[in-house]
Design a protein around this ligand. Structure first.
Ligand code: NDP
Length: 297
């Protein structure tokens, strides 16, 4: 392996420490405790794991965690009523509705019912618009984590060619907006892109957010490029166990790239760290206080 490893796990520890520092200051100097409400509808096992982990890390940095677990057959009206209550609750600074929601619930309607100032996932249409027009917004956690690691590794990203493979609303599109905001020349690739290998080879920064195990081989990577692997794919491992792999083929990409994030231990840990960062940012904004430096886009 020749690439530098971008250690998201270690970076996330630093982000959480910064968040915890700021939380302490908010409590000691202003008597305010940032609060994050997480709403889970149904019993999807992966969602339950994520929600548990979010709640645990929220408490560890000194914030208040409010978990709302609702039955799988909760009506839209009941869910919207809960969100209205959380919107009005001054102790709640961030609201996250765990996705995916059961099929009978309209995700867009639900997400857009969250007060944009408390939308710590950054999925509300107002935040999407603010990000797209370069204004202060709540930034989706996964792309924010990627941006933090890229800035830390490169300093300025200005003028770099960035290719984002994947155009989802939660990763690909906001990632592209953030890179554009850093003055990269941005290409967004997707399942209909022609000659994807050639497009990827132009990238100084290659972000893979596809959801296909090891789809990007080393010979799609420009020598010296930085590869940010967002993919989390569970595949069969040794002895009947499963293991996680990314969208990039780590072994071959690491031979060519200048830097690369591993899976696991790259983008994943940064996502929850950025959720905590967004909650403390939302709390500061709600109270007219200075935001912590380096925790926003
Ligand atoms: P989506 O399924 O919503 O989007 C996948 C994107 O990849 C689509 O835009 C799709 O194109 C594109 N795509 C699919 N197949 C190909 C292909 N063969 N060639 C080029 N593009 C292709 O996924 P998400 O954005 O939600 O997630 C992407 C990955 O990131 C997943 O592995 C997910 O688990 C992971 N993830 C990780 C997070 C973390 O914290 N690390 C957080 C969120 C997601 P099209 O639009 O044309 O269909």
């Amino acid at each position: 392996m020749t690439a530098t490893l971008i250690d998201g796990k270690a970076f996330a520890v630093r982000v959480r420490a910064k968040v915890a520092d700021h939380v302490t200051r908010l409590r000691e100097e202003h008597g305010i405790t940032p609060g994050l409400a997480v709403v889970l509808v149904g019993e999807d096992p992966a969602s339950q794991v994520y929600v548990r982990s979010k709640g645990k890390q929220t408490v560890e940095v000194g914030m208040a965690s409010f978990e709302h677990k609702l039955d799988v057959d909760t009506t839209e009206a009941d869910l919207l009523a809960l969100i209205a209550k959380l919107n009005a609750d001054p102790e709640v600074h961030g609201i996250l509705v765990q996705l995916p929601l059961p099929a009978h619930l309209d995700s867009d309607l639900v997400i857009n019912s969250i007060d944009p100032a408390k939308d710590v996932d950054g999925f509300h249409i107002s935040n999407v618009g603010l990000l797209g027009t370069g204004q202060k917004s709540m930034v989706p956690c996964t792309p924010l984590g990627c941006l933090m690691m890229l800035r830390d590794h490169h300093g300025s990203l200005s003028g770099m060619n960035a290719v984002v493979v994947g155009r989802s609303n939660i990763v690909g599109k906001p990632m592209a907006q953030l890179l554009l905001g850093e003055s990269c020349t941005v290409t967004i690739a997707h399942s209909r892109t022609k000659d994807l290998a050639e497009v990827c080879r132009r990238a100084d920064i290659l972000v893979a957010a596809v959801g296909r195990p090891k789809m990007i081989p080393g010979d799609w990577v420009k020598p010296g490029a930085t590869v940010i692997d967002v993919g989390i794919n569970r595949v069969a491992g040794a002895e009947g166990k499963t293991r996680l792999v990314g969208d990039a083929d780590f072994t071959s990409c690491a031979e060519v790239a200048g830097a690369i994030t591993p899976v696991p231990g790259g983008v994943g840990p940064m996502t929850i760290a950025c959720l905590l960062a967004n909650t403390v940012t939302a709390c500061c904004r709600a109270n007219g206080l200075a935001e912590p430096e380096g925790l926003t886009a």
